[in-house]
Design a protein around this ligand. Sequence first.
Ligand SMILES: *Cc1c(COP(=O)(O)O)cnc(C)c1O
Length: 254
Amino acid sequence: MHDATTQLQANLEAIRARIDVACRGAGRDPVDVRLLPVSKTVDEARLRAAHAIGMREFGENKVQEALAKSEAMADLPDLRWVLIGHLQTNKAKHAARFASEFQALDSLRVAQALDTQLQRHGRALDVLVQVNTSGEASKFGLAPDDVPAFIRELPAFSSLRVRGLMTLALFSEEATRVRPCFVRLRTLRDRLRQDAPDGIAMDELSMGMSGDFELAIAEGATTVRVGTALFGNRDTPDSAYWPGLAGAGDAGAA
Ligand SMILES: *Cc1c(COP(=O)(O)O)cnc(C)c1O
């Protein structure tokens, strides 16, 4: 096997082992936790290697980058592209063409734009609502208190298949500061489940990244989004992908 593929395989096995341990510790079945590989900045050759060892979906932060990769790899029709970053309304038309899932819905304007474009293409999109559980002004996502009313509007957008919630926790090395973000998302999901409108599912909890996914699993994550632990460090600073997070991002920054 090619060196890069061997490394990727080793990283994947190490992450799966960590997921297994976290699940065992939480009394959960590892099949209930989806590992979403986050492939921003990762080039096509390495994505093809990832596909060759069995990865079938990639999480991308920016629409243009994701669209370019999806077109370059259109010969692999079994790939699912998952958008995990903030989407501007005027980019909805691009997203609607190729994305299978969008995890960062936080405005009705974007919901409307996506729905209109999806209908033009005869497509549907799995959607998670992004929640700001850290209270940081720089983070995207709805305030937890605004989510119930927001969810009630979503059945109007028939191309959006609402599956649950997503969050980015506080960037901190301290579990005591990170964990409450995950608890907040789970508590909100559990509350919403009780009176979710028809057609709105509240099963998914997308939370946890390379630095904190064990904690997220302990608190009920059904999807963990893992980039650097799988593909290695990125050259591009995270602030380029999380506009508004000035100075945040590089592992552990406050
Ligand atoms: C980049 C990114 C991740 C993955 O982060 P890592 O720390 O590299 O695992 C997860 N979620 C979102 C929204 C991202 O942009």
